[in-house]
Ligand binder design. Structure first.
Ligand SMILES: [Zn+2]
Length: 290
């Protein structure tokens, strides 16, 4: 279990699953065998399966406990969700809630749910199935969604079956229950807890910046899916809505936060999972925190 502090705040990772996910070519269409060869020495075995060359992914949330708020960042894939096109994610029964409880947090404790974006693997636990209906999982929480992001997916209804299912079972029930706050992409949740626009992967993708007592923690969602993208920031994923804008957001972020001492908490990195961005020659590297 990963537990850290940021000033007076406590941060816990709550993992849902991990394992081989996709090959670099499937995940990052502009990657080449040379790209993989250049980085294999550090990617295997913690970040890439050496035999199959499948990139390893973790699917995780983070819980932040400040002086007065308990905040959930991202909500993974969820249980019982109808995902017929995605057998590994279809009608699952992950022990995610038990993992949350093991961190000393109950569903009732969550004050704020913040989704970096509204993709299938970031909204699942927003809702749970009760008597055949999808209802908000966290009875006392406000849910913070970027309005840009929400309007995008609302406008996409009818375009894809998977997208419709995700919006209808994991986002809309929260809005219909009156529990969602649709906010600006630079919204301040509380003092020193601010959204930062990082668009491209999705139109309203946001990171969360937590600053306390000189420490900074950055929850970066899918700005980086894999540490390979810190070394090769040009690589946008196959599921980015705007690959060029995603790339620009990565470069802006790397330039802004390299060598700053900020700790990066990505949604999908395996191994030690979190770390710092450091300048390295003409580019950057990711120094994992032990
Ligand atoms: Zn994701």
């Amino acid at each position: 279990m990963l537990t850290r502090t940021c000033g007076t705040c406590r941060i816990d990772a709550v993992e849902e699953s991990r394992g081989p996910f996709r090959t670099p070519a499937d995940m990052f269409p502009t990657s080449t065998p040379e790209t993989v060869a250049r980085h294999k020495h550090w990617m295997a075995p913690d970040y890439m399966d050496a035999a199959t060359e499948m990139l390893l992914f973790s699917f995780r949330s983070y819980v932040i406990r400040t002086e007065r708020l308990t905040i959930l960042v991202d909500a993974c894939i969820g249980n019982d969700k109808d995902r017929p096109g995605r057998p590994h994610w279809h009608r699952q029964s992950w022990p995610w809630m038990a993992n949350l409880n093991a961190a000393g947090v109950t569903a009732e404790d969550i004050d704020i749910v913040m989704c970096t974006h509204l993709h299938i693997d970031h909204v699942g636990w927003n809702t749970q199935l009760v008597d055949g209906r999808w209802v908000p999982t966290f009875p006392n929480a406000r849910y913070v969604f970027s309005e840009t992001e929400y309007r995008h997916w609302e406008s996409m209804l009818g375009a894809t079956q998977v997208g419709d299912n995700v919006f209808n079972d994991s986002v809309l029930p929260v809005v219909e229950a009156g529990r969602a706050d649709l906010v600006r992409d630079d919204h301040e949740i509380d003092h020193g807890i601010v959204l930062e626009p990082t668009p491209g992967h999705t139109p309203g993708h946001v990171a969360l910046n937590l600053t306390r007592g000189g420490d900074t923690a950055l929850f970066t969602g899918d700005l980086f899916h894999h540490p390979l993208q810190v070394y090769e920031p040009d690589l946008s994923s196959a599921v980015c809505t705007d690959a060029d804008l995603s790339r620009k957001s990565r470069y802006d972020f790397l330039n802004k936060y390299a060598d700053s001492g900020a700790i990066i908490y990505p949604a999908h990195f395996t191994g030690a999972a979190i770390g710092e961005i450091r300048s390295d020659g003409d580019g950057w590297r990711f120094d994992f925190t032990e």
